[in-house]
Design a protein around this ligand. Structure first.
Ligand SMILES: C[S@@+](CC[C@H](N)C(=O)[O-])C[C@H]1O[C@@H](n2cnc3c(N)ncnc32)[C@H](O)[C@@H]1O
Length: 263
């Protein structure tokens, strides 16, 4: 993990969450459920920056297993905090096997664009079920699919909206023929080929959710939208795309939504 990615996960996102939740949740007495925790770096950042009662991180992969190794050369810790728990879950499974008591807050950062379309609604319903009445769900997605770099391939494809303007087989060629640069400059050739294959797989599995759709899925599952923030890309979409998609959808890069389960 490069230094910027580490800083974004360990510091930036947890501090943004802390600001949003301040005055709404007694965080010292709260259990936070980090849905889609991946490496667990953000879960650890939540513990260190927000001091909650507990953080439970879940994901369909077990990348959190390397957490201590991943952070040990950056922050001074010898073991992980006792109030940090991780679980691997099945994509379709609910959370009842791991949650014995309702949680106070759901946290999810850059996850909902990766949840497979057929289970998207069910995941939101499952999260609603494990949240206590009056609890919050803090949900962030960036970059949204229809935005300039919504392909998540910005490390190797530098042209904005290329994923929407380029014929699919040519776009795939551009990805697999990309030259090493930026954060990948020092990778050996075989590793770089693996990185490109994994980036293509990640791109192919994006569910194309928009900010409006995210809000609709949550509110139609019983949540109330308390607050939202959107941010836009700097680039201007080409006229050919504006003729097909609403401009607002093309330029909205990030959505942050704070939802509540009614008391
Ligand atoms: C881009 S990563 C974000 C990880 C972390 N929140 C962060 O920002 O560092 C997206 C994560 O969502 C996870 N994910 C996708 N579908 C999921 C599901 N149905 N249940 C739990 N996690 C899921 C992926 O495995 C992946 O680790």
């Amino acid at each position: 993990m490069d230094n910027k990615t580490f800083d974004d996960r360990y510091n930036v996102a947890p501090i943004i969450f802390k600001d949003w939740i301040k005055g709404r949740l007694d965080i010292a007495d709260s259990v936070i459920f980090d849905f889609g925790c991946d490496t667990g770096v953000m879960s650890l950042g939540l513990i260190h920056h927000c001091s909650p009662k507990k953080v439970i991180g879940v994901d369909i992969n077990d990348n959190y297993m390397n957490l201590l190794f991943e952070v040990s050369n950056r922050i001074n810790i010898k073991k992980l905090p006792e109030n940090l728990e991780f679980y691997v879950i099945e994509p379709q499974g609910n959370f009842s096997k791991i949650i014995s008591k309702e949680v106070d807050c759901v946290f999810s950062w850059s996850v909902f664009e990766h949840v497979s379309q057929p289970i998207l609604k069910q995941k939101v319903v499952d999260l609603y079920k494990i949240l206590r009445k009056g609890g919050y769900a803090f949900i962030q997605i960036a970059p949204l699919y229809y935005s300039a770099f919504g392909s998540h391939l910005n490390m190797i494809i530098t042209a904005p909206w290329a994923h929407l303007t380029t014929q699919l087989n040519l776009f795939q060629d551009y990805v697999f023929k990309a030259e090493k640069s930026g954060v990948y400059a020092d990778e050996d050739d075989s590793n770089f080929e693996k990185i490109k294959a994994s980036l293509w797989s990640l791109y192919s599995t994006l569910n194309k959710i928009t900010s409006d759709e995210l809000i609709k899925i949550f509110t139609s599952s019983g949540f109330t939208l308390i607050d939202k923030f959107t941010s836009c890309c700097q680039d201007t979409p080409p006229a050919s795309l504006k003729a097909v998609y609403r401009k607002e959808v093309l330029i909205t890069e990030q959505i942050v939504g704070l939802f509540r389960k009614n008391c």
